[in-house]
Design a binder for this molecule. Structure first.
Ligand code: SF4
Length: 370
């Protein structure tokens, strides 16, 4: 069957404008808000109307992981379990213990149980097997549970730029991305809104969502929370940012990051396995690790690659990223106040090849051919 490859740009532009200025049309809410203004807990009631059809860009045989849990009703139950965790919030390794359901704010600065979204758009700069022809359907969430001093998205993650939206609006955004031809729903910095996202997937699944969920995370995740995503997420896209607690503490205010992330990545691999492309070159399921090389070996690239080779299969997908650029407060730290030079980057990629990692991202692997 001939596939629709190009969507009208005008439609995308209008959609982006809607999201940017918070004009996504409101739809009737089954959840509503409580008198305090906090969002009410997700109910197992689902909307039965269908506002979209499955993406023409994805294999007709593909069945997303969440479909079975949606049909059994367990997806809604998982959302409720996750929602209850906000009563003494331990959705991430910070375990702030704040009562987000009563409006309290923890380290991540998420405003109580409200959901804040910065942008919704088909994205063409992600890994090629996620982008294909139709783009990766990215949803950027505001606020973050890390505090990276070099964050390129600090206006969103630290300053909290974005609009409050309902869970139904989030579900509608997922369906709109699917209708635009995106190959997946790519939730960026999702951890502190895990309950909202799972509830939205349940609603969207009832209305025809059929493309995979990409959990695009800093890697700073609790294994216990990831276990509740088992059977929901098809693609895990975690960072492995730092090998040393000293650096993760200094540059991301997360002293336990390296060890916690290793546990999380192993759990992700257990759930979804190796990421390999289908006949169309798209990845619909699997673990895809990102590692950003930083100047002066600050991110511990060699140690991280060695750990991957020793603890995961050698064909684990790894994207060794070269694009580090100082942003935000990075200029206060001389050792990270510049870009990575070619020798630094190439030595890391060559090390990956030397230790036998075989499933390198194409943009990484091209350095080995030049
Ligand atoms: S999600 Fe936010 S409030 Fe909850 S534990 Fe993490 S940082 Fe704290």
């Amino acid at each position: 069957m001939k596939k629709t490859l190009i969507k009208p740009l005008a439609g995308i532009s209008i959609f982006l404008i809607f999201v940017t200025v918070g004009l996504v049309p409101r739809i009737s809410s089954g959840l509503g808000t409580t008198p305090s203004g906090e969002q009410a807990a997700p109910q197992s009631t689902i909307l039965s109307d269908r506002t979209s059809s499955p993406s023409p860009n994805n294999s007709e045989q593909f069945v997303p992981a969440y479909q079975a849990l949606h049909e059994s009703g367990e997806l809604a139950q998982r959302a409720q379990l996750l929602w209850a965790m906000m009563e003494s919030c331990n959705l991430c390794p910070r375990s702030c213990g704040v009562h987000r359901l009563a409006g309290a704010v923890g380290f991540c600065q998420a405003p109580g149980s409200h959901l804040v979204v910065a942008s919704v758009q088909p994205h063409f700069g992600e890994e090629r097997p996620l982008v294909g022809q139709g783009g990766s359907g990215t949803i950027f969430f505001s606020h973050c549970n890390l505090r990276c001093v070099f964050c390129q998205n600090y206006q969103i993650s630290i300053l909290g730029r974005g609009n409050r939206v309902s869970i139904e609006q989030l579900a509608t955004s997922m369906l709109q991305l699917q209708n635009f031809g995106s190959h997946n729903i790519n939730v960026v910095t999702p951890t502190h809104y895990t309950p909202h996202i799972v509830a939205a997937i349940d609603i969207a699944a009832s209305r025809g969502l059929r493309i995979p969920i990409v959990w695009n995370t800093s890697g700073w995740e609790r294994v216990e929370v990831l276990a509740l995503l088992d059977g929901i997420v098809d693609i895990y896209l975690p960072d492995m940012k730092f090998a040393s607690s000293e650096e993760s503490s200094q540059f991301a205010r997360s002293p336990g990051y390296p060890e916690q992330t290793k546990l999380a990545v192993q759990e992700m691999h257990r759930q979804v396995g190796i990421a390999s492309p289908d006949a169309n070159g798209l990845i619909n399921r699997g673990l895809m690790i990102r590692h950003l090389v930083m100047p002066n070996e600050v991110s511990g690239s060699i140690q991280i690659l060695n750990w991957i080779a020793e603890h995961l299969p050698l064909d684990t997908y790894v994207n060794i990223m070269e694009q580090y650029t100082p942003h935000y407060e990075a200029f206060n730290f001389p050792q990270i106040a510049r870009r990575v030079n070619m020798d630094e980057y190439l030595s890391v990629v060559q090390h990956a090849q030397r230790i036998g990692l075989t499933n390198l991202d194409s943009r990484t692997a091209r350095w080995l051919r030049n």
